[in-house]
Write a protein that binds this ligand. Structure first.
Ligand code: T1G
Length: 715
């Protein structure tokens, strides 16, 4: 079966790309070979004077090179050859004697965009699904089919680096503005506009494109001295963002520089050499595993396939209009586009909540994620109430009231008396067992937990927690709806702390112990950001809120005993009315909402004299191994359904460094035996809280691993 079908109209060969049996078009070796022979045929055909490329998929152009294929490459030389071949194909497109016009609708990514860039004229549909980008560095590689060369030549070095180094995609309108595409048209006119362009180019050749970016473009992009400055700034910004843990963006920067300063040929050689290096690097392996794990999660409803009928959610009820409730309401409206009714005890609170929910839409409008019309349409979907009016029509209700078992139970009772009999009732809690909340319910089968992270619109993870009686239908409904809200969803067991807070708990406690011993706050946080976390544990406590952290810590202490006893730090901070960022006072100082450095008062308050006695290595080891051990223990108890869910939860929930693959992947990499022996040494020095998890000890004895894959598609 072939991927390309050709019809000829008025001297234009209209080539439709539709890879059979695949949801998206992917540039595999077979597709590439077929394309090359098609080009040869069309080159020879006298009647054909131009080529028009478009996708036969309803809403996708080309998703790039085949990620599975490059993961399977045996070595660097093979990876280099793959990139060189890709470049050669693109070169043949660029040098093709007849104009090649490309019409893009849907995702045009990686090798797909590199193909479009090699063509002679580009049109795009102005549809939200149309995205043009080079996501390669997110997979730990670089655009290896000429992208590092052609994009800067087309749109200037600054704009190109902005896309390549961040692995960004642009909407069609922005792509037009940047000069990545020549024309923007509504989807229904794409084919005819592209046909018209083909006929035009056939007669009058490829139009000249003016240099972009005005005077700054001339000064910075247009001469070597300006570009040297651009490279220097880009390098600095990459290092600040990646902490030097991710080699791909820096390498891509060098490939761009070589091409721009020493010519296209030199650039291409540098590009494929670097591609070869990166494609077999451990960091790329980890990032690709994360890509496959997240795509697999997109299809996983959290129950065995075929066992549930998820309920379509058209109307959502949210109880509690505080920070979480309004965040859930605003995110549901803006991402899922459903009707949302927000309830609180009185209309003043409801009004405040609705304002906060609309604030999320405001942000999306400002960042041009939605148009003014969409903004109007979506904000009209939000409404509020001080009683339960409207709730009988809800398909799903999420309560986000105060974290108190009795309060949550009475909300569930009220809801059971109000909502339709098939509606699902979810509770947003981080500390209370779902089974306890559902205990008094008439229909506990439809009650479950949805643990959102704060701020809801920005945090990518959602934990769905079935109680003892929750039905598969309810689970699948919550998972699917969470996905519609734009979340990566993992289903976790109803154990204290669920997954994310469970593994976070000993880590935050350990930071408290280190501080109590006199380790400076800066040293603790710096060590962990160097390890690759976005913020250190003490700064994280300030972000979470010390009252919230104290409550969570207390719950974990009670559930797991001495092992998870928090250090006596937070209580004293709270007594001094320090709640963290939200109160403007925590371990750090805050000025105008910005973190302003460690508050030296804290040491006095805690009666600590800071000293550098503990080395960064020990700080790192104590914090990281506390988390690894807990992750192994919780995984052993079945808190997550698979190591994949555990690692994705840690990465998306607390920013565990993606290049390390997650805590369970990290244990596999270190080897269980080594982890156990380090934990034993820590136990000897710092006490029984470091006693290795039984599951780890068993793995160490049998040489077991969490994953049984060899590093390609995540288990
Ligand atoms: N390679 C292999 N499989 C891919 C793929 C790819 N590039 N893109 C998608 N898939 C699979 C995916 O795993 C899933 O498989 C199915 O397609 C549907 O995807 C030389 C080297 C395009 C926005 O990084 O971002 O080009 O699970 O569920 O939500 O420089 O897929 O069904 O078996 O995600 O509609 C760069 C990755 C490659 C794009 C569609 N390209 N893909 O989202 O569907 S490197 C990317 C996406 C490269 C060159 C370099 C998204 C999508 P299965 P899906 P979706």
């Amino acid at each position: 079966m072939s991927t390309f079908t050709v019809v000829e109209e008025q001297g234009v060969a209209v080539v439709s790309i539709d890879q059979p049996g695949s949801p998206v078009n992917i540039l595999t070796a077979a597709v590439k070979a077929e394309f090359e022979s098609l080009l040869e045929r069309l080159r020879a055909e006298k009647a054909v004077r131009a080529i028009l490329l478009l996708s036969g998929k309803p809403d996708g152009f080309i998703a790039g090179a085949d990620i599975e294929q490059f993961v399977a490459l045996p070595n660097q030389a093979a990876a280099e050859a793959l990139s060189r071949d890709g470049q050669a194909t693109m070169d043949r497109v660029a040098a093709f004697p007849k104009p090649i016009i490309v019409a893009v609708h849907g995702a045009c990514l990686g090798g797909g965009l590199e193909l479009a860039l090699a063509c002679h004229y580009r049109l795009a549909s102005n549809h939200p699904k149309t995205q043009l980008g080079l996501p390669e560095v997110q997979l730990g590689i670089l655009p290896g089919a000429g992208g590092c060369q052609r994009l800067p030549r087309l749109i200037g070095v600054r704009a190109a680096l902005d896309i390549i180094l961040a692995g960004k995609s642009e909407r069609a309108a922005k792509a037009l503005k940047l000069g990545m595409v020549d024309e923007l048209v509504p989807p229904s006119l794409l084919r005819s506009a592209a046909m018209a362009a083909a006929l035009r180019l056939m007669e009058s050749g490829v139009p000249r494109r003016p240099r972009r970016g005005g005077l700054a473009g001339l000064l910075l992009d247009g001469n070597p001295l300006g570009r040297a400055l651009v490279y220097r700034m880009a390098r600095k910004s990459v290092l600040a963002k990646t902490g030097g843990h991710y080699p791909a963006p820096l390498s891509a920067l060098e490939a761009v520089r070589t091409g721009m300063e020493r010519g296209l040929r030199a650039g291409l050689v540098d590009e494929h050499r670097r591609f070869g290096e990166l494609a077999v690097s451990p960091v790329s392996r980890k990032l690709v595993q994360i890509f496959f794990a997240t795509t697999a999660l997109k299809k996983d409803d959290g129950v065995a396939p075929g066992t549930a009928t998820p309920r379509p959610v058209r109307r959502l009820g949210v109880v509690g209009s505080g920070f979480m409730g309004s965040g859930i309401a605003g995110t549901a409206v803006s991402q899922a586009g459903v009707e949302v009714r927000l309830k609180d005890a009185d209309l003043v609170r409801v009004g405040k909540g609705l304002k906060a929910s609309v604030g999320i839409l405001d942000g999306r409008l400002k960042r041009r994620r939605i148009t003014r019309q969409e903004y109007e349409r979506l904000s009209a979907l939000l409404s509020g109430t001080a009683d339960f009016s409207g709730f009988p029509r809800a398909d799903l209700v999420i309560e986000a009231v105060f974290e108190e078992l009795s309060v949550k139970r009475s909300v569930v009772a009220d809801l059971e008396a109000t909502v339709g009999e098939r509606a699902i009732i979810a509770t947003n809690t981080s500390t209370i067992p779902i089974t306890d909340i559902a205990a008094g319910a008439h229909h506990p089968d439809r009650v479950l937990g949805m643990h959102f992270f704060s701020p809801v619109d920005r945090m990518p993870l959602l934990e769905v927690i079935p109680g003892a009686a929750t039905s598969p239908d309810a689970i699948a409904t919550a998972v699917q709806f969470g996905r519609r809200m734009g979340k990566t969803v993992i289903v976790v067991a109803d154990r204290p702390g669920f997954w994310v807070n469970r593994i976070l708990s000993p880590y935050l406690n350990e930071a408290g112990h280190l501080l109590t011993e006199g380790t400076p706050i800066e040293a603790i946080d710096r060590t962990m950001t160097r390890f690759g976390f976005p913020v250190g544990p003490i700064a994280l406590l300030d972000e979470v809120g010390l009252d919230v952290a104290a409550k969570g810590g207390g719950v974990m202490h009670q559930a797991f005993g001495e092992r998870l006893a928090p250090a006596d730090v937070i209580g004293r901070m709270l007594a001094d009315k320090r709640l963290g960022r939200k109160s403007g006072r925590g371990f750090y100082r805050y000025q105008d909402g910005k973190k302003a450095g460690v508050d030296a008062e804290v040491y006095r308050l805690l009666a600590i004299s800071p000293s550098d006695r503990v080395s960064p290595q020990t700080i790192e080891q104590r914090l990281v191994y506390a988390m690894l051990n807990e992750a192994a223990m919780a995984a052993g108890e079945g808190v997550v359904r698979s190591p994949r869910d555990g690692d994705i939860g840690a990465i998306f929930g607390i920013g565990f460094p993606p290049f390390r693959g997650g805590p369970l992947r990290m244990i596999d990499d270190l080897g269980a035996a080594q982890v156990v022996s380090t934990l034993r040494a820590l136990e000897a020095e710092f006490g029984p809280r470091f006693a290795p998890a039984a599951s780890l000890v068993a793995m160490a004895e049998h040489g077991g691993r969490f994953y049984d894959d060899s590093g390609s598609r995540a288990a």
